[in-house]
Design a protein around this ligand. Structure first.
Ligand code: HSE
Length: 343
């Protein structure tokens, strides 16, 4: 049995989802994979930090954070350490980075990831910023230090969209990727088809926790564009940034547009796409009318989907959750298992 020691940076929905999964599934993980994951430190922005070399009880951590108790009051070898101090001083194997997303700079998460990789720790991040903006640099640091950088949760949460692309479809020659990569906008389009107004549908998506803190990032297409960049850079080594994605959101789609598409046997979807062409790689996020017979047309509500078009296998489509507490926690568990298998 191999035990991997984890430092969690950020303990919001994703970190708590992971802690819950580790509590619920540790026996199955030991039996099925021969591994255990022990949280030895947690750092948060506003709820303190704690490090305990002998390990922290996930149930105690969850109870503290959910009752508003600072983690700095828990028993440990050190409390109140900053993220940088924790990475510098802690004995651990893996950084689980789930701090807040910044799609303009990727900070502060990128700095944390860089420091951990340089220390020789593997990293799992569910954060879109660092992988969308700094993947090539971070992957090079990981390689130099002989460790892994995993980011399954950055696209479609725990639905293994990146693993499918990187591990199963790449060898088939990926020529095109198309997907419904943002749950908020797909939820809004679905509700509008059922007669709800755009404003009401957006408010409901916020209430249900699908939307980003600033929902402009969803409805204007930037969240989906970040995911297109991640796919381009991780799968196709494209070296592109968000500005290279031709991005349009759903803000100009009216109820009349939706009714007109339905009358023609079509449905509006916000499609993120990558295509290798004779002129180079084309990356876009665009609202498109697609035929009801296309697999992506039947993906409704906050569900996401991705279709890989390949030379050998034609189209392969994966449909599943794109966000959520336990779902994104599961993406980190997938990363941890990949590290366990490969490291
Ligand atoms: N706001 C995002 C969405 C969350 O709606 O898909 C997951 O990245």
């Amino acid at each position: 049995m191999k035990t991997h020691r984890l430092i969690l940076v950020g303990f919001g929905n994703v970190g708590q989802g992971l802690a819950q999964l580790l509590l619920d599934r540790s026996a199955a993980l030991a039996a099925d994979f021969g591994c255990a994951f022990q949280i030895v430190g947690v750092c948060t922005r506003s709820r303190g930090s704690v490090y305990a070399s002998a390990g922290l009880d996930a149930a105690v951590l969850l109870e503290a954070v959910q009752s508003g108790t600072s983690l700095s009051t828990l028993a440990g070898d050190a409390t109140g350490w900053s993220v940088e101090e924790t990475i510098a001083n802690a004995e651990a194997d893996i950084l689980v980075e789930t701090s807040y997303t910044n799609l303009e700079t990727g900070e502060p998460a990128t700095g944390y990831i860089r420091q951990a990789l340089q220390k020789g720790w593997h990293v799992s991040t569910a954060n879109k910023g660092p992988v969308a903006l700094h993947f090539a640099e971070l992957a090079a640091i990981a390689k130099q230090n002989n460790v892994l950088l995993q980011a399954e949760g950055s696209v479609m949460s725990g639905t293994p969209a990146l693993a499918l692309g990187l591990e199963q479809m790449k060898a088939a020659g990926v020529t095109q990727v198309r997907g419904i990569l943002n749950g908020t906008t797909n939820y809004i389009l679905t509700q509008m088809e059922d007669g709800m107004s755009y404003a009401d549908a957006l408010a409901k998506a916020q209430e249900l926790g699908y939307a980003e803190a600033d929902p402009a990032g969803d409805v204007e297409g930037h969240d989906a564009a970040g995911k297109v960049v991640i796919l381009a850079n991780m799968l196709l080594n494209a070296g592109i940034g968000p500005a290279d994605v031709d991005t349009n959101g759903i803000t100009n789609i009216s109820s009349a547009d939706i009714a007109a598409a339905a009358a023609a046997g079509e449905r509006w979807k916000l499609i993120g796409s990558l295509e290798t062409t004779a002129d180079g790689l084309k990356a876009a996020v665009q609202p498109m009318r697609i035929s009801l017979s296309h697999p992506l047309a039947s993906v409704m509500g906050a569900t996401n989907a991705i279709t890989y078009t390949t030379e050998v296998m034609g189209d392969v489509t994966l449909i599943g959750a794109g966000a959520g507490r336990i779902e994104t926690g599961y993406s980190v568990l997938l990363d941890l298992l990949a590290i366990h298998r490969l490291a």
